[in-house]
Design a protein around this ligand. Structure first.
Ligand code: FE2
Length: 159
C-alpha cells in the first residue's frame, strides 16, 4: 500500500514537471538559437560582440532560473524513493547544474573583458562556449530520459 502511494505520487510529480521543463526550455531555446549563428564563426562573433555580451548575460540569468526551478520542484526526490538506479542518475544530473552555472557565468564575465579584436581570445571563448553547449544539450537529454525512465518504471512495474 505504501509502495502504491509512493508510485502514484512519483508519476504525478514527474508529469507536471515534464510540462514545466518544456515551457522553460522554449525560452532557453530562443536564446540559444540567437546565440548560435553569432557564435558559429569568429568574424560574426567579432562583428556582433556587444550583442553577444547581452545575450550571454541573459543566458546566465535564464540558466540560473532554469536550474533553480528544476531543483526547487525536486522531481528527482520523488523518483529516487523507489528506484535506486534513478537515484544515482538524478544525483549526478542535479550535481551538473552548479558546474554548468559556474561555466556560463565565467563565459558571461569573460565576454565583458574580451576585446573583440583579440583573435585568440575570441577563438578560445567560442571554443569554450561550444563545449558548454554540448554539455548542456547532453544534460537536458539525460534529464528528459530520466523523467521518461521514471514514468516507464512507474507504469511498467504497476500491478
Ligand atoms: Fe537540469
Amino acid at each position: 500500500m505504501a509502495t502504491t502511494d509512493t508510485k502514484t505520487r512519483r508519476l504525478s510529480v514527474n508529469a507536471a514537471f515534464l510540462k514545466d521543463i518544456k515551457d522553460d526550455n522554449r525560452d532557453l531555446k530562443i536564446l540559444l538559437d540567437r546565440i548560435g549563428p553569432l557564435a558559429e564563426h569568429q568574424q560574426t562573433a567579432t562583428n556582433h560582440w556587444p550583442e553577444l555580451i547581452r545575450l550571454f548575460a541573459d543566458l546566465c540569468d535564464q540558466l540560473a532560473l532554469h536550474f533553480s526551478l528544476e531543483e526547487a520542484y525536486g522531481y528527482f526526490d520523488d523518483a529516487v524513493m523507489t528506484a535506486p538506479q534513478l537515484s544515482i542518475c538524478a544525483e549526478l544530473l542535479r550535481g551538473q547544474h552548479s558546474h554548468m552555472f559556474v561555466q556560463i557565468r565565467g563565459l558571461a564575465d569573460r565576454a565583458l573583458e574580451i576585446s573583440p579584436e583579440g583573435v585568440e581570445q575570441v577563438s578560445q571563448f567560442l571554443k569554450e562556449y561550444d563545449q558548454f553547449r554540448q554539455i548542456f544539450e547532453k544534460h537536458e537529454e539525460a534529464e528528459l530520459k530520466l523523467i521518461l525512465d521514471a514514468l516507464d518504471d512507474d507504469i511498467g512495474v504497476g500491478d
